[in-house]
Design a protein around this ligand. Structure first.
Ligand SMILES: [Zn+2]
Length: 129
């Protein structure tokens, strides 16, 4: 489900997950002091450091997603007719997850064919018809 999202939505999702992870670690670290006393301080320190790094990372992802979304191409989705944003040449609609593309070579490809291409794992396989 995570990989079926529009790219901007996926970035936001990962940012949110990292924030939750960071906050969880910081709470656990603080709880470590309460439950284990002196011995818990080591865990607390590790938890706080990792939590802080994770939260800073998620902030970076959020910032990056914000930058990307300002430069993203805005267009009306041909399927659900909502205004969506796409990144790169191929992306999914943010609302109905239809695959959208700017590449004329792939414009007439059915979702099944596109899936088969991606399934081969090659990033830039030249395809001939
Ligand atoms: Zn749509």
């Amino acid at each position: 489900m995570i990989f079926n999202q529009a790219k901007i939505n996926a970035f936001r999702l990962w940012g949110l997950l990292l924030t939750m992870l960071g906050m969880g670690l910081m709470v656990l670290g603080t709880a470590g002091i309460v439950f284990w006393g002196h011995a818990g301080k080591v865990f607390a320190a590790i938890g706080l450091v990792i939590g802080l790094i994770s939260m800073m990372g998620s902030l970076g992802i959020y910032f990056w997603a914000g930058m990307l979304s300002t430069s993203a191409l805005q267009l009306e989705c041909p399927e659900c007719h909502k205004l969506t944003k796409m990144l790169g040449k191929t992306d999914r609609c943010m609302f109905c997850r239809t695959i959208l593309t700017l590449d004329p070579n792939q414009a007439n490809t059915t979702p099944e064919e596109l899936h088969a291409q991606q399934g081969q794992g090659a990033q830039a396989t030249p395809h001939h018809h």
